[in-house]
Design a protein around this ligand. Structure first.
Ligand code: 4AD
Length: 430
């Protein structure tokens, strides 16, 4: 019977065969412990000389790291291992012998590991991070599908910029200029007017010259957009969505969170509603904490966000930023037009901003005024104005950065470990 490590619980006491790689091994004179991985999980195989015979035992002892094997044996319960099972190996066959695998169990520096990302992905920790990432994606689709949203795919090659013109990747589109998408938002607004509630999930690109633990050049965003929903409605969707994702990871990624050494008590607290603080009050809070470098009208940097988040054990919304430091499409607060109806959601424990969102301007004249102020001329933006011309409605949306969310939930320091093949300021390979 051929099976996978993820399925072994169904075969206790039975003999099965696994296709696997040897991730590590140790042995004594009479017994060898093979650390097996097959992509679905990690499991120990025990080879006993007295049972398998002298020749096969010597073969087991000679197995090299990352060689591929078919391993046959009996599944037994083992309460000490994270999986809860191990295999008493009866036989094995080497498929391919790996010689001098570069990533050894000793410590390697991050640059070496990043150079070997194509192999590093096999390690237990990286495997756990990618499984958490996968669960976040799965529970994202679940949340939006269960709440009546339609998945819409915005284009990646675009003629206009959504967030600002400085961080765009430029390319030729036959004889025209084109840019890689920074955000699908403008298209999602069009989609919301056609389908009501929509969400997208796709790669976005920013030519940011930032070399921080929170910045990628290529990252994945989840962008919901909702017709007939105001800023407050959107904040409620955001806190419910993020709570759903965190609770799903807690439920379905126990082995992975354990492998990562994540403090799950902190994650258990992540339940809606989330606290909110206005930009004005956040400025005051920072001044009270001794930050003299920040004035009203300036954007927050990572140390500011971390200092604000420290006051809470859940993600916190910072609301109503000055219009001047936010995007052209955000709706001004009717009571105080110098601030906009927007919020950034800051993750706890110093992981920084995971969501940016806002209510959008729905008034045609005001949007035309913004176009002039921001010098948004040309055909690329004309269609976006038309959304305000024909049956304009209040609408809101937001973008959640997947990699920062994976970093926070996994408890991983740097976003480079939260995407399979990171694109960084100094890295396009592998
Ligand atoms: O705040 P941002 O720029 O918002 C938008 O792009 C809106 N158009 C989204 C919308 O309303 N539909 O980016 C949203 C999120 C950030 O909160 C952050 O999590 C992530 O995208 N993000 C990055 N993640 C990794 N590397 C980068 N360089 C990122 N820039 C933004």
């Amino acid at each position: 019977m051929k099976t996978t490590i993820s399925e072994v619980s169904k075969y206790v006491g039975e003999e099965v065969t696994l296709g696997a790689w040897l991730s590590n091994k140790r042995s004594s004179g009479k017994i060898a412990f093979l650390q097996l991985r097959d992509g679905t999980g990690f499991m120990q195989g025990i080879v006993v000389k007295a049972e398998i015979g002298e020749d096969k035992f010597q073969d087991a002892k000679a197995l090299t790291q990352e060689s591929s094997l078919y391993v046959t044996g009996v599944i037994v319960e083992d309460t000490r291992s994270p999986l809860g099972y191990e295999m008493q190996v009866k036989d094995f066959e080497v498929i391919h012998e790996a010689v001098d695998y570069p990533i050894t169990p000793k410590e390697h520096g991050p640059e070496f590991l990043m150079d070997h990302r194509h192999l590093w992905l096999r390690s237990k920790r990286q495997h756990a991070v990618m499984k958490v990432r996968n669960e976040i994606i799965r529970s994202t689709y679940e949340f939006f599908n269960d709440n009546g949203y339609v998945k819409i795919d915005p284009p990646i090659l675009t003629g206009s910029s959504a967030e600002g013109t400085t961080e765009l990747f430029h390319t030729k589109y036959f004889d025209e200029d084109a840019y890689l998408s920074q955000s699908g938002q403008l298209y999602m607004e069009a989609a919301a007017m056609a389908f009501g509630r929509v969400f997208s999930f796709g790669p976005t690109f920013r030519a940011e010259k930032s070399k921080t633990r929170r910045h990628l050049i290529e990252f994945w965003m989840i962008e919901p957009e909702m017709a007939f929903m105001d800023h407050e409605d959107s904040l409620q969707v955001q806190e419910q969505y993020v709570s759903h994702v965190v609770q799903s990871v807690l439920k379905n990624c126990k082995i992975e969170l354990d492998a990562l050494g994540r403090d799950t008590e902190k994650l258990e607290k992540i339940q809606a509603p989330f606290p909110r603080i206005s930009y004005d009050d956040a400025i005051q809070l920072l001044k009270d904490k001794g930050f003299d470098d920040i004035e009203w009208g300036e954007d927050f940097g990572a140390p500011h966000e971390t200092a604000i988040a420290e006051s809470y054990d859940k993600p916190v919304f910072i609301t109503n930023y000055p219009a001047e430091i936010k995007a052209f499409y955000m709706k001004p607060d009717p009571e105080r037009p110098e601030v906009v109806l927007c919020a950034d959601l800051i993750a706890p424990e110093g992981y920084g901003e995971i969501i940016g969102g806002s209510q959008r301007i729905d008034d045609l004249e005001l949007m035309q005024q913004r176009y002039e102020e921001h010098d948004l001329t040309g055909d690329a933006y004309k269609w976006y104005l038309q959304l305000r011309e024909y049956g304009s409605v209040p609408h809101s949306g937001f973008g959640l950065g997947l990699e920062r969310t994976v970093a926070w939930i996994s408890g991983v320091e740097h976003v480079r470990e939260t995407i399979p093949f990171p694109r960084l300021l100094n890295r396009l390979y592998p």
